[in-house]
Ligand binder design. Structure first.
Ligand SMILES: [Fe+2]
Ligand SMILES: [Fe+2]
Length: 180
């Protein structure tokens, strides 16, 4: 992992691992699965364009991922763990696969990796402490607020918002409201 990641990304990965373990303990998820998914979720983050695109083709991933490292790195990481490292736990694979977008119907593990990615200790934004506390007291609410922020941020940069992210926000909002 260290070979493939820049120093800051390596530190972030250990931070997500640590936060995922803490949240798994709080929310009753499998600690070892959370540790593993947290540690390796960004394994492909620092691949250059050429390597990322060749992985997208090699693993038969959707064409829309070509040239889109921000999205591709999570799908490629899941494919590498599945195909090269023999990870056969679907929940771990999905937690890595959807860590960037989220999705409707996320499992507890998926949700806490998504949240841990945003609130790990090495993040530097202003409200970090607030979000960390929220993650410990109301995981769905934390997930919702992170999705809201993500969508707002992408809109402000006039970047595409993946439909999985929109659907995730709708799903978790209904979950909070008790509609599903
Ligand atoms: Fe990532
Ligand atoms: Fe990450």
């Amino acid at each position: 992992m260290k070979e493939n990641l820049k120093e800051s990304r390596y530190r972030h990965s250990l931070g997500v691992e640590d936060m995922a373990v803490r949240l798994a303990a709080t929310w009753g998820a499998d600690i070892e699965k959370a540790r593993f998914a947290g540690r390796y979720h960004d394994i492909a983050k620092n691949f250059d364009q050429e390597r990322m695109d060749s992985c997208v083709r090699k693993y038969g991933l959707p064409e829309e991922l070509i040239g889109n490292n921000a999205l591709a790195h999570s799908k490629v990481a899941a494919a590498i763990l599945e195909n090269e490292y023999g990870v056969d736990d679907e929940d771990i694979i999905n937690a890595v696969r959807y860590h960037t977008t989220g999705r409707s119907g996320m499992s507890l593990l998926e949700e806490l990796i998504f949240v841990a990615d945003a609130v790990e200790d090495n993040r530097t934004y202003n409200d970090l402490k607030y979000y960390q506390q929220l993650a410990e007291t109301d995981l769905d609410r934390a997930c919702f607020e992170i999705l809201e922020y993500t969508i707002w941020y992408l809109e402000s940069k006039e970047r595409n918002i993946h439909k999985d992210t929109i659907e995730a926000r709708e799903w978790v909002w209904k979950k909070i409201k008790g509609d599903n």
